[in-house]
Write a protein that binds this ligand. Structure first.
Ligand code: NOJ
Ligand code: CA
Length: 534
């Protein structure tokens, strides 16, 4: 693949376990993804895919607990299956991004088995081991994001090891140069296989306070918090002095190859500082040519035109100014967008996502409007947080892709690992393909326009005020091409004034706008988003 990531319009995020099963075990696999590439490339029109982890793993965190970075887990197939997928994607001019988990391994990784075996094992220092604290308990007050302390006592050597997530996910110690070399070599190895990029998991813990000082209490935190995580400001267990140095070392491997890119998973923390300074720090100090961060505020922001408009402006024109901007409406850790905000708003957000600069990411199933799954307690598989219930588990956003209205939605021939949503008889790719008002038809239109008008990918971004505080509006401009995006956040119609007379290209709503002649003062329908061209 010789084109740059800057030429890519849309990145489709696949959760391999839930996309397509081909060997009748109820679990999606790599051959399944290969078999659906025509859907992705021809029907939907995306030009890159990102696969959540498919590496050898005991699946305590469904692949984010890696036991071997260079092997494919038998649930998903073989390395040859992956190479075939890569070839088939490249043949269709699609790039392939894989997931890289730098900050922890599985406790079943060979390094950890060695590390825990004795205090003087050469791999001891690949992880963080400490004697018990003065009271015999954990060495400090750091908490795990999966609940409870982030330290687990290991009988074999009488010390505690550190884990920012599950105890089955011990944290790697990036202060050890040999470990850093192993990790950069792994990245190199995948790039040598032909992989085009990496989404990099949970980067904030890559560097920690070297003295392992306690995290300070959060003075603003009042009230109960079941996990206690909110009681602290996490500026010692995360964002250590080498935070951006290590990320730079990792992503600099991209320079040894052509057109390779890393996108960091990064949720700025308002207790650490200004959101956009944090986004900026990562992009600027790492290397904006090869690394950038996801903009997470389309997921987290309140439903407010001004706040979101301001956030977009600060991310695009400041934080990610020299980097590749990356936008998404959801992922495998967040409730589905349709379930978060409802269908009308989800449609407006789809139009917004696909008219922003850089790379627009589509989480599998969002293009057909999939909703959160409905699970009974015994159907829950994700044990990542003990606080999760069948109403809050991440399994809700990981249910199988709904391909058609048949009994198992053509995901599998057998009972799948998570139940198929019962709405799949109406919400599925096949049915929606022949319905011009479906979510899929909207996505297809938007993806096509994004390809057709490069101004959407690489044009400048300028916020506009169009006469209503409820309307988020911006201009995109490239040479003599100008397009306008307006999103009505109100559930009332809004009269607006565009800067010039325009024609409408696409609306987020089912009933298309009347094909008004060119106009400058349209009325937006409730929760409607529209793309205009001058
Ligand atoms: C973020 C990943 O997206 C999530 O699924 C995972 O559980 C944690 N990082 C730990 O790797
Ligand atoms: Ca399978």
């Amino acid at each position: 693949m010789h084109n740059s990531w800057r030429d890519i319009n849309t990145l489709y995020h696949i959760y391999p376990r839930s996309f397509q099963d081909t060997n009748d075990d109820g679990i999606g696999d790599l051959p399944g993804i290969t078999s659906r590439l025509d859907y992705l490339s021809l029907v939907l029109g995306v030009d890159a895919i990102w696969l959540s982890p498919f590496f050898t793993s005991p699946m305590r965190d469904f692949g984010y607990d890696v036991a071997n970075y260079r092997q494919v887990d038998s649930d998903y197939g073989t390395l040859d299956d992956f190479k075939k997928l890569l070839d088939e994607a490249h043949r269709r001019h699609m790039k392939v991004m894989i997931d890289f988990v730098p900050c922890h391994t599985s406790d079943q990784h060979a390094w950890f088995k060695e590390s825990r075996s004795s205090r003087d094992n050469p791999k001891r220092d690949y992880y963080t081991w400490r004697d018990p604290g003065p009271d015999g308990g954990a060495p400090n007050n750091w908490l795990s994001q999966s609940g409870g302390t982030s330290w687990t006592f290991d009988e074999t050597t009488g010390q505690y090891y550190l884990h920012s997530f599950l105890s089955a996910q011990p944290d790697l110690n990036w202060d050890n140069p040999s470990l850093r070399k192993e990790m950069t070599d792994t990245v190199r190895w995948w790039f040598e296989q032909g992989v085009d990029g990496m989404r990099v998991d949970a980067i904030w813990g890559i560097s920690k306070d070297p003295n392992l000082a306690d995290d300070p209490q959060n003075p603003e935190f009042h009230g109960e918090h079941p996990s206690e995580y909110g009681h602290f400001i996490h500026n010692k267990c995360k964002y250590g002095p080498n935070f951006t140095n290590y990320l730079k070392e990792l992503s600099d491997v991209c320079h040894e190859f052509e057109n390779r890119q890393m996108i960091f998973e990064f949720y700025p923390d308002d207790k650490i500082g200004d959101f956009y300074d944090q986004y900026h720090q990562v992009a600027a100090e790492v290397n904006p040519d090869v690394a950038s961060t996801f903009f997470m505020e389309l997921i987290r922001s309140p439903w407010n035109a001004d706040m979101l408009g301001n956030g977009l402006d600060r991310y695009i024109n400041y934080a990610a100014k020299d980097a590749l901007p990356v936008f998404c409406l959801g992922n495998h850790d967040q409730p589905r967008i349709v379930s978060r905000v409802g269908e009308s708003k989800a449609r407006a957000m789809a139009l917004l996502n696909l008219t922003l600069p850089g790379l627009s990411v589509i989480y599998y199933g969002d293009e057909i409007g999939m909703e959160n799954g409905e699970l009974t307690p015994s159907q829950v598989r994700d044990t990542f947080s003990p606080l999760n219930t069948s109403d809050t588990t991440r399994d809700l956003e990981r249910t199988p892709m709904q391909w058609d209205h048949s009994a198992r939605a053509s995901f599998s021939q057998v009972t799948p690992w998570l139940p198929i949503h019962k709405n799949h008889r109406a919400i599925n790719a096949m049915t929606e393909l022949s319905d011009s008002s479906s979510m899929l038809s909207l996505y297809r239109r938007l993806v096509r326009l994004r390809k057709q008008y490069p101004v959407l990918r690489i044009g400048s971004f300028t916020r506009l005020f169009v006469g209503s505080g409820y309307v988020l509006a911006f201009k995109r401009e490239l040479d003599d091409q100008r397009v306008y995006v307006v999103v009505n956040f109100a559930d009332q119609p809004q009269d607006i004034q565009l800067p010039e007379i325009c024609s409408y290209l696409v609306s987020s709503q089912t009933a298309p706008r009347e094909r008004e002649s060119r106009e400058a003062k349209p009325t937006l329908r409730p929760l409607e988003a529209v793309l205009y061209i001058a």
